[in-house]
Design a protein around this ligand. Structure first.
Ligand code: NAD
Length: 253
């Protein structure tokens, strides 16, 4: 395989322990979930400008479109299974190599693969819960899926009358401060930050590799295409996340 030297180098750093993994939508494409920015990705089919928090709160029509978007998303995503890359990370945790998994993904495939839920920091939330924007009450997604299947309207919060929304971070919405702080803390403490399947283009999340690097960690990037942070990476490996992570796992001591 091309990249053999880089893979060995990465395996050696992972063996040293103290790794934080940082993942984006590209780690889940092998599980059948579209990323946002690749051709045929989610933003080829839906317009991101329509899905800001401000439009969501201001317009009943935007809310109906948003729920339609999640209805489609839930239908596709509930059948998705973790792939070789998610499984390799869970396996590395069992070997004691993983301090935390910081993910931009909302699909919970890391937990499904066996990563400990307390080690998975979901900086963009999860699609598998629905939250009230006013009182923070959390409900299971299935109740809302059923209503959408029956083409019923989504009502407001039963506790406070606030607007309900899938518990993901939309454009214009702040990242959960406690989760982001913990992710930043983990990045300042780690020996290696391994980024997998992220365009590293969405801020503030994409600042985390810089935080880790500035704190003295090694930075490794695994992605299908170049990223803007390849220039500061200690190793940048091009290719498919599943294949590469499987290979790296096999190279561990
Ligand atoms: P992105 O779409 O900007 O970038 C994904 C990157 O992964 C691209 O550079 C692409 O070349 C690469 N890639 C795609 N398939 C790959 C594969 N098999 N192996 C290696 N690389 C691959 O995604 P991002 O950086 O995560 O952008 C952030 C946003 O995407 C977040 O807001 C996140 O919430 C959201 N998102 C999440 C999901 C999910 O939960 N599965 C799906 C779509 C989008």
């Amino acid at each position: 395989m091309e990249n053999e030297g880089a893979l060995k180098k990465l395996a050696g750093w992972i063996d040293d322990g103290g790794m934080v993994v940082f993942t984006g939508a590209g780690i889940s494409t092998e599980s059948g979930l579209s990323d946002f920015r690749s051709p045929g990705g989610i933003w080829d089919r839906f317009n991101p400008a329509e899905f800001t928090l401000q439009k969501f709160t201001a317009s009943a029509e935007t809310r109906r479109n948003f729920w339609r978007f999640y209805h489609e998303n839930w239908k596709v995503s509930r059948a998705a299974k973790p792939n070789r890359a998610h499984l390799a990370i869970a396996e590395m945790e069992k070997k004691g190599k993983v301090n935390a998994v910081v993910t931009q993904n909302i699909d919970e495939l890391h937990q499904a693969a066996g990563s400990s839920p307390e080690k998975v920091l979901e900086i963009h939330g999860t699609m598998w819960k629905v939250g009230c924007l006013s009182c923070g009450d959390i409900s299971p997604w299935e109740d809302f899926f059923q209503l959408l299947e029956e083409e019923k309207e989504i009502e407001n919060c039963r506790l406070c009358g606030g607007l309900l929304k899938p518990a993901t971070v939309s454009f214009g919405q702040s990242l959960p401060a406690d989760v982001l702080n913990e992710a930043q803390h983990q990045c300042t403490q780690c020996k290696l930050l391994l980024c997998i399947g992220s365009s590293l283009a969405v801020y503030p999340a994409a600042r985390l590799p810089e935080v880790a690097k500035n704190a003295g960690a090694k930075l490794a990037i695994v992605n299908r295409e170049p990223t803007p942070l390849d220039r500061i990476a200690d190793v940048a490996i091009k290719g498919e996340a599943g294949e590469i992570m499987n290979k790296v796992l096999s190279l561990l001591a």
